[in-house]
Design a protein around this ligand. Structure first.
Ligand SMILES: *[C@@H]1O[C@H](CO)[C@@H](O)[C@H](O)[C@H]1NC(C)=O
Ligand SMILES: *[C@@H]1O[C@H](CO)[C@@H](O)[C@H](O)[C@H]1NC(C)=O
Ligand SMILES: *[C@@H]1O[C@H](CO)[C@@H](O)[C@H](O)[C@H]1NC(C)=O
Ligand SMILES: *[C@@H]1O[C@H](CO)[C@@H](O)[C@H](O)[C@H]1NC(C)=O
Ligand SMILES: CC(=O)N[C@H]1CO[C@H](CO)[C@@H](O)[C@@H]1O
Length: 236
């Protein structure tokens, strides 16, 4: 009895310690990008090994954020809206994410023509954002992959009749409602960019995730950035 009591106290204290370490930010943005809109721009896109990925949203990042911007501890006269580059010595170590690489290539691929190397993309995302997550490398990348697997944006849009098309234009509100159905109501932010023909198109979708890295939550997000009332969803 006494032993049980002690071990549950120890578990509680450990849980509190973990919670403190992980709550120097208020929530994550999980940001996914539509490859059709990444590519349909002046800059265009490239694929590692010239292998075209599936026509599916891909992870851009899992970014710790503050609910309100605040003075930056390191540079007091600057305000920060998110923490970044929290540990310069903690660089990406592929042996810590062994076994996840095939999944990462599929779900967190790069489209950048500058590097054509997904490892550079993961390395940047880890150094800038992951080191502020309170998680180790394995847990951080695993969380992002699991969240993406649970949140099937491509399926949700197709189910709502929002199909990639060169011609169709979709109401922004209808696209948001389709995404909100997939997030269980947590309101998403849609970000649009402009195509090579200067049309607004669905580029990225932001949803908020608890600092535990598992639970979708509501958070103060604008409804959209860069979008117009009618947007394109270009093929890939
Ligand atoms: C920060 O702002 C204060 C008040 O405006 C000013 O006195 C100070 O010199 C600034 N510090 C830096 C490093 O710019
Ligand atoms: C930064 O990362 C290094 C390497 O992983 C680690 O040894 C160190 O404890 C970390 N520093 C902090 C302040 O977390
Ligand atoms: C990478 O992680 C492995 C496994 O933990 C460790 O043995 C190795 O020293 C690390 N490499 C670097 C460069 O930190
Ligand atoms: C694209 O369209 C926007 C809004 O109509 C306009 O302000 C902008 O100048 C256009 N850009 C180009 C490169 O044509
Ligand atoms: C305004 C805007 O969001 N532009 C983006 C369009 O897409 C490219 C990727 O191809 C981004 O780099 C731009 O920032």
């Amino acid at each position: 009895m006494a032993l049980n009591h002690h071990s549950s106290l120890a578990v509680l204290l450990l849980a509190l310690a973990a919670a403190c370490a992980a709550t120097d930010f208020d929530f994550f943005y999980l940001v996914q990008q539509w490859p059709g809109s990444y590519c349909d721009t002046e800059a265009g896109c490239c694929f590692p090994g010239d292998e075209k990925p599936a026509a599916d949203f891909g992870i851009h990042g899992l970014w710790p954020n503050y609910a309100a911007c605040r003075p930056d501890a390191a540079t007091p006269n600057r305000t920060s809206c998110w923490p970044d580059f929290c540990n310069a010595t903690d660089t990406l170590n592929l042996s810590l994410i062994k076994g996840m690489e095939a999944d990462l290539r599929r779900s967190w691929g790069t489209l950048s023509c500058k590097s054509k190397d997904a490892t550079d993309f993961w390395s940047h995302e880890w150094s800038r954002h992951g080191t502020c997550s309170g998680m180790g490398q394995h847990a951080y990348f695993r969380s992002a992959l699991d969240l993406k697997a649970r949140l099937d944006l491509t399926g949700a849009l197709l189910d709502a009749g929002i199909v990639p098309s060169d011609e169709a234009e979709y109401c922004l509100g209808r696209v948001r409602a389709a995404v909100a159905a997939a997030t269980g109501g947590a309101a998403p932010m849609l970000e649009c960019n402009r195509s090579a023909r200067n049309e607004t198109q669905l580029y990225q979708v932001y949803v908020c995730v608890d600092p535990d890295g598992r639970t979708l939550v509501h958070c103060p997000l604008p409804a959209q950035r860069g979008c117009t009332d009618m947007i394109k969803f270009p093929p890939f």
